[in-house]
Each structure stands twice: as C-alpha cells, then as structure tokens.
Design a binder for this molecule. Structure first.
Ligand code: LHQ
Length: 263
C-alpha cells in the first residue's frame, strides 16, 4: 500500500485536507496528486461536507512539483513537461475551480512553484504572515504553470505579474494581501483558528448559494457587463427557487439565524 500523502480531518460542516510530505515541503509527486483527487471526490460526495480547507503539514504549504521526480537527466533528451500538467496539475486546478463547494486555502508556510498557484486557485486564501509566495519557475528555466500566469495577471496586472514571474522574488503574505492576490494575512498562531471560523461560516451558508456565487464570479472574469447581467439573472432565478431563499427571508423576518437545507 502506498504512503498517505494526504491527511484529512472531519469537522462539523467541513473537512480539512492536509498535504502531507513535510520532509520536502509537501512537494507533489504523482501518488500525492492521485490521493488528493480521490480525497476531493470523497469531500464532494459527502453531503455533510459543505466547505473544504486545504493546508500543508509542517513548516511549508507546498513547494510545487517534486523535482526529484522530474529530473531532466533521467527524463531523456526531450522531456515532456506538458504531459504532467495535462494529466495532473490542470485537472486539479479545474477541479478546485469547478467544485460546487468553497475551497479555503490556509497557507501555513512557503508556497512555491505550482504550490503557490494551487493555493491561488482556491476560492478564499488566508496565509500566515510568515508565509511567502514564490513563482520559483524562472530559477529552473520554466514558466509559471498551474494557472500562475492567469492568477498573477488578472489579480495583479501585467507589471507585477512579469516581475514576480521573472525574478522569482518571494512575495510576503501581507504584501500579497495588500495587492489583492489573496484575501488575508493573519498572525501565524491564529491561522488555523481564523480558518476554522471562516470555514464554519461558509458551511452555515446555503450550499446552493455558495456554488452559484462561485460560478457567477468565475463567469465575470471573461464576460462583458451585458453577458454578466444575464448570468446573474439566470443564477438568481435558480437561487430564488430554492427552499434556502425562503428560509433565509423567513429567518430575517423572524429575527433568528437561518438554518439552510443540507440536501
Ligand atoms: C524539495 C522541493 C521540491 C523536491 C523543497 N522538490 N524537494 C509542473 C510540471 C512538470 C514539471 C515541473 O514543474 C511543474 C510545476 C512546478 O512546481 S515547477 C517548480 C518546482 N518548485 C521549485 O522550484 C521550488 C524548489 N524549492 C525551493 O526553492 C525551496 O525549497 C523553497 C524556497 C520552497 C524553500 O526553501 P527553504 O525554506 O530554504 O527549504 P529547503 O530548500 O531547505 O527545502 C527543505 C527540503 O525540501 C530540502 O530537502 P533536504 O533533504 O535538503 O532537507 C529540499 O530539497 C526539499 N524540497 N522543494 N520542489
């Protein structure tokens, strides 16, 4: 049986998924990718799981691809790095983005290479103040992947995207938050507490509204205003027809906390 490179903790309403190869700062090998895929599948099929927290074991969040598994000396004359992206990283990024559950990333330490960009694919990113985001690719003559060119350019603009990608300069969590690359930088010893509060809050929302909100905001990244107004109309129609809307309004009028459907 292969080692367990992913750990999970089940909490009331959400699960914490922990990248677990701390001796290599949770760098990804193929087994870890496959274990993460199946863990995400489990989270999605568990109706009591209404949000996911992704974090790392030990002092790092994730150092990207395990480079000892992609040693060009062992890969022959013409290594195909696109294959690993096509088979493993791109499906992971697409899965996180299309998952109808909110994914919170708690960046507990350094996030480098694809590790940084997997964090940035998550819906809400909290980071310990000591954490750094490093687009390490230029150091090994590669380009940012796992969505890196997309997240950096959309969130920071061309100027900062190019400088971070070409210099591989570590970006401190507080500056990442100031620049709008992530949601918040928090004191190291508060990271998991603050993450738990956020996860509980999202888990208490209407799951349907969480999923539709995620979908609408993703559409806005590429739509015109006209197109987006149509998306909002259509998704709001769906939201309004759910029992959750009825419960939300009733709870408001009765001055009590809403209790949403868990189906
Ligand atoms: C590692 C790694 C690592 C193996 C630390 N691999 N062992 C996709 C598709 C196909 C191919 C290529 O890539 C991709 C996507 C990518 O992600 S490419 C980018 C890959 N990642 C990197 O280039 C980052 C490499 N790591 C680093 O630059 C440093 O380790 C950082 C800046 C992350 C942390 O530095 P330190 O805090 O000084 O830690 P360290 O370097 O001492 O690392 C601790 C251990 O982890 C060390 O092992 P050791 O046996 O000496 O204790 C490292 O060798 C190991 N490690 N990253 N990616």
């Amino acid at each position: 049986m292969s080692e367990s490179y992913i750990k999970t903790e089940t909490h009331d309403g959400y699960r914490t998924v922990i990248l677990n190869r701390p001796e290599v700062l949770n760098a990804f090998n193929e087994t870890m990718h496959l274990q993460l895929q199946s863990t995400i599948d489990d989270c999605e099929s568990d109706k009591t799981c209404r949000a996911i927290v992704l974090t790392g074991a030990g002092r790092g969040f994730c150092a990207g691809q395990d480079l000892s598994d992609r040693d060009p000396v062992l890969m022959g004359d013409s290594p195909d790095l696109g294959l690993g992206l096509e088979k493993l990283y791109n499906p992971l990024i697409r899965r996180i983005r299309s998952l109808p559950l909110p994914v919170i990333c708690a960046v507990n330490g350094v996030a480098a290479g694809a590790g940084a960009n997997i964090a940035l694919a998550c819906d809400i990113v909290l980071a310990a103040k000591s954490a750094k985001f490093i687009q390490a690719f230029s150091k090994i003559a590669l380009i940012p992947d796992a969505g890196g060119t997309f997240w950096l350019t959309r969130r920071l603009g061309e100027v900062r995207a190019k400088a971070l990608a070409m210099t591989a300069q570590p970006l401190e969590a507080e500056l990442a938050a100031q620049w709008g690359l992530i949601w918040q930088a928090v004191d190291d010893d508060q990271l998991m507490n603050e993450t738990a509060v956020l996860a509980q809050r999202l888990a208490a929302n209407s799951s349907r509204a969480n999923a539709l909100t995620k979908q609408a905001i993703h559409s806005a990244l590429t739509n015109s205003l006209d197109e987006q107004l149509d998306v909002e109309r259509d998704l709001q129609r769906q939201a309004g027809r759910s029992g959750d809307y009825k419960e939300g309004v009733q709870a408001f009028l009765e001055k009590r906390a809403a209790v949403f459907n868990r189906e």
